[in-house]
Unconditional design. Structure first.
Length: 204
């Protein structure tokens, strides 16, 4: 297996030619930091590029492997999550949990995709009951989310095709038994990168 530095160089080769980060960094800047062997900063810059520009699954997979070799476990988890979003699409929402006295959950849950509750997204079964679907939860900007708190989250559905008709403003509910464990308002639904490319004629 390639070492972390080789993996980061390979990822750099997949950067969009004219891409820039929010602070104006370019691919040439990334290569400059590579020459200086400032690998931690290189990884951070490449993650920022990937969050701001369309990149292939391979890009995130390279970063995930490099981050794991560099003992950056949270970064590796994020890169793995983003690879999944390239394959299956992005679904963002604001999730609110009821206070401990009102809900089933009494403690915070870790926010890096470990929690995989079931969700009512408005679809019904043949007998008219709610059809429930599993989706993992990544909390943006926080290590965890607890009772009485709200935060933007990203969802990774087990059956992503069933979720793509959701639109911003749709309210869905999270369940870990009874009562309802949380309520989420959809913010953003983005098709997988390859589907978007086909629909806009950008393939090849």
């Amino acid at each position: 297996m390639d070492d972390a530095f080789t993996l980061l160089r390979r990822a750099t080769g997949l950067l969009p030619r004219d891409g820039r980060t929010g602070v104006g960094a370019t691919a040439d800047d990334v290569r400059d930091f590579q020459h200086r062997q400032e690998w931690e900063f290189v990884l951070d810059l490449l993650m920022e590029f990937g969050d701001e520009h369309p990149v292939p699954v391979a890009y995130w997979s390279l970063l995930e492997d490099a981050a794991r070799q560099m003992m950056r476990e949270r970064a590796a988890q994020w890169c793995g999550w983003r690879a999944g979003e390239v394959r299956h699409g992005v679904l963002r929402a604001v999730l609110s949990l009821p206070a401990a006295r009102e809900g089933r959950r009494q403690t915070a849950f870790a926010g890096q995709g470990q929690l995989r509750p079931v969700w009512d997204i408005g679809r019904v079964t043949a007998d008219g009951g709610p059809e429930m679907y599993i989706a993992a939860v990544w909390v943006e900007g926080a290590e965890s989310l607890g009772p009485g708190e709200s935060a933007p989250v990203r969802l990774a559905p087990l059956s992503p095709d069933r979720w793509r008709r959701l639109t911003p403003g749709t309210v869905i509910t999270m369940h870990e038994g009874r009562p309802v464990a949380g309520t989420a308002t959809v913010l953003q639904v983005v098709a997988p990168l390859e589907i978007h490319a086909r629909s806009t004629g950008e393939e090849g």
